[in-house]
Ligand binder design. Structure first.
Ligand SMILES: [Zn+2]
Length: 378
């Protein structure tokens, strides 16, 4: 799969198709005039979690909310990937991305970011092929890549719009989806106008890309109970006439959201609260876990023997379970399991080495057991 092929192919097909602005009866103002020339993030196709119809709406919502989110406390390593022919990085571009990581971190979230040259250690691998900007969403970065990248920047970042693009793609890498695809938005699209515009200059998208990035609804995994946020950095600017409603956006359009909105920050803090010091866990001793959806706990485990261990949740729950190995004072991703939407419990069977320290993180995505849930190592 090469998502970057799509815009190029679409470009060839649509070169002559730029819609006439008059025919769309657009009412321009200063806030939206620039937006006509903006190229926008084009997300690649990915598999979405499919849940059985039989499970409750509350459980479904909790799973969608936490699906693809990292565990708080994770150190995410990012690397700038080079390519022999298609792109090369300049320091001035890297600087914008480093600053964007710092901006997300400055919210006070429980994730940390560290640049590395070691591609094997990097969960987020960043390319710079001209054309399209995109990123896999959250933990999808662990299982997907294209030409060695999990994220790409397709245009010069040394501008306000470039800085906003860096924040936006990192937002995807943290597990957040497009806000204009929020099912609660109440947006009614002027589909012919949207299709005509995005097929042409400056994006040249094919219809699947338009559907995937604009028209389809995605549960965004934001703060529970939060409303549609047209000021989100993960919301595309919209030209007047592209929305039929709600007012006043049908007439005024939606401007460029260059910074993180208040709700972007609150959602990130709720999903990634600062984590406390991990508490110690011993073999064959059941540790109770909080049952509140989204709650996280981390344990420190120092095996006395080198052998295969089974680490599992106990009690009826959907959980994400992650083992980190401490190396050079830093937790490195070792292995993970997620049983969300399935009847069994989250479980990892893996060899752990005596004398090393492992951090075991658990997030309860949803718990339905009246007797509580716990974590057991055997
Ligand atoms: Zn995007």
């Amino acid at each position: 799969m090469n998502p970057l092929k799509e815009p190029h192919q679409a470009e060839a097909r649509n070169k002559e198709k730029r819609p006439q602005e008059d025919s769309l009866k657009l009412k321009h103002n200063d806030a939206t005039r620039k937006s006509e020339d903006r190229r926008l993030c084009a997300q690649p196709p990915v598999q979405r979690i499919s849940l059985p119809e039989t499970i409750s709406e509350d459980r479904k919502y909790s799973i969608y909310l936490t699906n693809k989110k990292w565990l708080s406390g994770t150190v995410l390593h990012y690397a700038f990937v080079e390519h022999p022919t298609l792109w090369s990085w300049e320091e001035s571009q890297k600087k914008i991305i480093r600053h964007a990581f710092e901006t997300w971190k400055a919210i006070g979230i429980g994730l940390s970011f560290e640049e590395t040259d070691d591609l094997h250690e990097a969960e987020i691998k960043i390319g710079f092929e001209p054309g399209s900007s995109w990123s896999y969403v959250g933990t999808d970065c662990l299982h997907n890549s294209d030409l060695g990248r999990t994220m790409n920047f397709g245009w010069d970042l040394r501008s306000d719009w470039g800085g906003a693009t860096a924040l936006h793609e990192i937002g995807h890498a943290l597990g957040f989806e497009h806000e204009h695809q929020n099912p609660d938005s109440g947006i009614s699209w002027n589909v012919p106008a949207v299709m005509a515009y995005y097929r042409g200059y400056p994006n040249y998208w094919d219809d699947q890309t338009i559907e995937r990035n604009i028209l389809s609804k995605i549960v965004s995994g934001k703060k529970r109970g939060s409303k549609w946020d047209p000021t989100s950095n993960l919301h595309y600017p919209q030209l007047p006439g592209h929305l039929l409603g709600p007012p006043p956006y049908d007439v005024e359009g939606i401007g460029e959201n260059l910074a993180l909105s208040q709700q972007d920050k609150l959602s990130a803090l709720e999903m990634y609260p600062p984590v406390g010091h991990p508490r110690s866990i011993q073999v064959m001793r059941l540790e109770p876990l909080p049952t509140e959806a989204g709650s996280q706990t981390s344990f420190s485990f120092s095996p006395k023997a080198t052998r295969k261990y089974r680490i599992q949740t106990v009690g009826s729950s959907d959980s994400r379970l992650v083992i980190f190995e401490e190396r050079d004072g830093q937790p490195r991703h070792h292995s993970s399991a997620d049983d969300s939407g399935r009847p069994e419990n989250a479980m990892l069977e893996t060899k752990l080495i005596a004398g090393r320290t492992y951090i075991i993180g658990v997030r309860t995505n949803y718990a339905s057991s009246a007797d509580g849930v716990g974590l057991l190592i055997s």
